[in-house]
Design a protein around this ligand. Structure first.
Ligand code: DHB
Length: 390
């Protein structure tokens, strides 16, 4: 078979790209090793930047985010037991939306089937071939066992943090940037009413905690833990104790508790691979970069990549402007490195590091005060969190 763009990965990045290309009349196929159900049930982050919401709504994916999502006009930074509101609306005139990544995926998958897009889940033994040729290809086995080869003009690696596509860029031509962190997040879903209307990012001497929400009856929370933590060692009571301790303060704030439905440890690392283009292969989203979860940039960054990539491919395919491909890496990385800095900064400003000196602790508190007590400081946080305007 032949198509114009072959997309490896049918998560939010791959599906959004396929959707945007279809709007310009460009044919594509998107394949994924996971089943649709598996992707729908893998809990990820839940915060969309202003422009991510616009992209979903304005390109006709769905306006469900506006109906079922929750507009957040700010966040609370909590430290030394006191909450400080960062008011996005008054600082930068923007909001974010609480809308889980799993719902973004469902909306995109529905839009692709509504519009007749070619998306295949649950494929196995995927290989990409001839990436520097004029007809690179994807070879894979369909769910029913049929082996297929699809040839295309361009290949896109939107296949996540364990990307097979990024390995196609020869070692001598690529550069990888890594940063490890000496902690992780313990994430829970709990059956309980909301403890707050918006998000609380809390720094305490016992470590970081984040209070988020999902629905009226199910809540999402995280707390800093060891990278090697075993979730099964933790009882519900111990988990609530940790969270209550990290949120405690002079205002007497208490989280509403309930049965814990799910427990997972989230990995923490920063990673970038450049270039994001090699021959006729282009990388997008986590295939090219990973951010630590603090600040919820991962999905938003993937969608921002895809918007630039769709424009790039439209120029190359519809206007014969193949030079546009040369600019993709620099255009995408400009935002990637700002988001890398922001995610790193939010992480280091709010987490406890074992063996930190008294100086380190006081400096961290000074940093937090210099953000919340100043419009100049808060405005940087608000602008980055709601998403840099394009
Ligand atoms: C969520 C996750 C994040 O990493 C974050 O910064 C904010 C919210 C969430 O899952 O709701």
């Amino acid at each position: 078979t032949r198509t114009t763009v072959g997309i490896v990965g049918a998560g939010p990045a791959g599906l959004m790209l396929s959707h945007l290309l279809a709007l310009s009349g460009i044919e594509s196929i998107a394949i994924d090793a996971r089943s649709r159900t598996e992707i729908e049930h893998t809990h990820r982050a839940g915060i969309l930047e202003r422009d991510s919401v616009r992209l979903l709504v304005d390109t006709g994916v769905s306006d469900r985010v506006l109906v079922e999502g929750h507009e957040h006009k700010g966040i609370d930074l909590r430290f030394s037991g006191v909450s400080h509101r960062i008011d996005f609306q008054s600082l930068v005139g923007a909001s974010t939306w609480l809308y889980p990544q799993t719902d973004v995926f469902v909306d995109l998958a529905n839009a692709r089937s509504r519009d007749g897009g070619d998306v295949r889940f649950g494929v196995t033994d995927t290989q990409v071939v001839d990436v520097t040729s004029a007809t690179p290809g994807i070879v894979f086995t369909e769910e029913d066992g049929t082996r297929r080869e699809v040839r295309c003009d361009y290949l896109v690696g939107a296949d996540g943090s364990r990307s097979i596509c990024r390995r196609e860029v020869p070692e001598a031509l690529r550069r990888q940037y890594f940063r490890e962190y000496p902690f992780a997040w313990f994430g829970i879903l709990a059956q309980a009413p909301r403890s707050a209307e918006e998000l609380i990012y809390a720094r305490s001497d016992a470590g970081f905690a984040l209070i988020s929400q999902r629905t009226d009856t199910v809540q999402r929370m995280y707390f800093q833990c060891d990278a090697t933590e075993d979730v099964d060692r933790w009882s519900d009571e111990q988990i609530w104790d940790q969270l209550q301790t990290r949120l405690a303060g002079e205002d007497g704030f208490r989280l509403a508790e309930g049965p814990i439905l799910e427990k997972t440890v989230l990995p923490f690392r920063s990673f970038v691979q450049e270039p994001m283009r090699y021959g006729n292969l282009l990388l997008a989203g986590d295939a090219a970069h990973t951010v630590p979860p603090t600040g919820a940039k991962g999905l938003n960054l993937a969608l921002a990549d895809v918007r630039v990539l769709a424009e790039t491919l439209e120029l190359a395919i519809l206007k014969n402007d193949v030079d546009a491909l040369d600019g993709y890496t620099a255009r995408a990385l400009d935002r990637v490195w700002k988001a890398q800095h922001f995610s790193y900064w939010m992480t280091t400003m709010l987490h406890r590091v074992d063996g930190a000196s008294d100086f380190d602790v006081q400096r961290q508190l000074g940093e937090l005060r210099s953000i919340v007590e100043s419009d100049a400081g808060s405005t940087y946080l608000a602008e980055a969190y709601t998403g840099w305007p394009r």
